[in-house]
Ligand binder design. Structure first.
Ligand code: ATP
Length: 381
């Protein structure tokens, strides 16, 4: 069993900085968990505490059911992969991959078999006699992975292993890591600040901010049911559109107009909401009203100006400014900031004829609205 349990784990540096505050997390045996969050949120410190490279100030760390707080890194039986690869330049690929086996004094024939098996999995067989200087960035990263997997550790810890690679290679390596994890089934904790990596790689995401966990769950859980505004804004690219909103006797009023009362809105009303809220709509909640739709239900509509249109092949991103909020004409009941220009981004079907500079009518799906407390940012539903 290589379950990793962090039980109220905190890290306070000597200068008083609290990098991690009372973190509770159980990574199940064989699970792939991603630690994600903005720079300085405590991801690397958390990983370093699991690795034993950083002392734990408070709380308990258990690996495979045993307390390991006081155990040295080499006695934790876990392998770490760094952003910098940390390969030995004077050694060949074979020697680099085999280095931990040499340290463990494994006999040569067995070590070679293990090196070749790892090289096969990572597609490095033809490169075993090269030195790191003669490898591409992606190949170097695969050697670093090989050095980690050859030990059959209880867990892998990876700290931004792909951030030195160009965008295309990053995508390739991402799939390789997913395949590797499916094949080996080794417990993995992976640190990244890239939300796309977080969304595509892990079984579960741990999203941190200022040393505090904001939400833990499967990627789609954080995307569809963000617990607060920070999660809503961090997960998803382009990000969620956020609009001022007001609960009125007629319903929820936003710069898009009066939103039809959906079950989410009724639910928020039942919880005794504040008078004002922040409404959130993902870019895919919008559609060009000119396109035919399968459902017959009437969707609410609004008009916006398309400032910039990006065509990505199967879809288009339209960066919009809300032309004018619809109003019911009753003075004093306009939405908050109804007349201030409101920027929006819509993810539209490639078939949309949208052109830059035009005023277009968009519909939106009101069932996809999120509502957040205007001060605490907590999801109201
Ligand atoms: P990044 O993505 O930039 O690597 P991170 O989320 O991994 O960020 P950490 O490196 O874990 O963040 O740092 C968390 C906090 O602890 C930051 O505020 C950082 O400045 C602080 N910190 C890290 N190391 C030390 C140290 N040795 N002494 C004091 N504060 C530190």
């Amino acid at each position: 069993m290589a379950e990793i349990v962090l039980d109220g784990v905190s890290k306070r540096f000597p200068d008083g900085t609290v990098a991690v505050a009372e973190l509770d997390l159980t990574v199940a045996d064989g699970e792939f968990v991603i630690l994600v969050g903005p720079s300085g949120c405590g991801k690397s410190t958390t990983l370093n505490m699991i690795a034993g490279l950083e002392d734990i100030t408070d709380g308990e760390l258990r690996i495979g059911g045993e307390r390991v707080n006081e155990r040295s890194p080499r006695d934790r039986d876990i392998a770490m992969v760094f952003q910098s690869y940390a390969l030995y330049p004077h050694m060949t690929v074979r020697q680099n991959i085999g280095f931990p086996l040499r340290l463990a004094r494994m006999d040569k024939a067995r070590a070679n078999a293990k090196i070749e098996e790892a090289a096969g999995i990572l597609d490095l067989t033809d490169l075993l006699d090269r030195r790191p200087a003669h490898l591409s960035g992606g190949q170097r990263q695969r050697v670093a992975m090989g050095r980690a997997i050859v030990r059959d550790p209880r867990a892998f810890l990876m700290d931004e292993p792909l951030s030195n690679l160009d965008a295309k290679l990053r995508v390739q390596m991402r799939t390789m890591i997913s395949r590797l994890q499916n094949r080996l089934g080794t417990t993995t904790v992976y640190v990244t600040h890239d939300q796309t990596e977080a969304m595509t790689l892990g079984d579960r995401i741990v999203l941190m901010k200022d040393g505090v966990v904001q939400q833990v769950g499967p990627p789609e859980g954080l995307y569809d049911r963000p617990r607060n505004l920070f999660v809503a804004g961090f997960i998803g690219s382009p990000g969620m559109n956020l609009l001022p909103a007001e609960f009125t006797p007629e319903g929820l009023r936003t710069p898009l107009g009066l939103v039809p009362p959906t079950s989410r809105i009724t639910e928020a009303l039942r919880n005794g909401p504040p008078r004002e809220a922040t409404a959130g709509l993902r870019p895919e909640a919008f559609e060009d009203a000119r396109l035919p739709r399968q459902e017959t239900a009437q969707l609410p509509a609004f008009t916006a100006r398309a400032d910039i249109v990006e065509s990505l092949g199967p879809e288009k991103y339209a960066y919009l400014t809300l032309a004018s909020a619809r109003s019911d004409g009753v003075p004093g009941t306009a939405a908050p900031d109804a007349r201030a220009p409101v920027p929006l981004v819509a993810r539209l079907d490639a078939k949309s004829p949208v052109r830059e500079g035009e005023l277009l009518e968009l519909t939106y799906d009101p069932t996809q609205i999120h509502l957040f407390h205007p001060e605490t940012g907590t999801n109201l539903i």
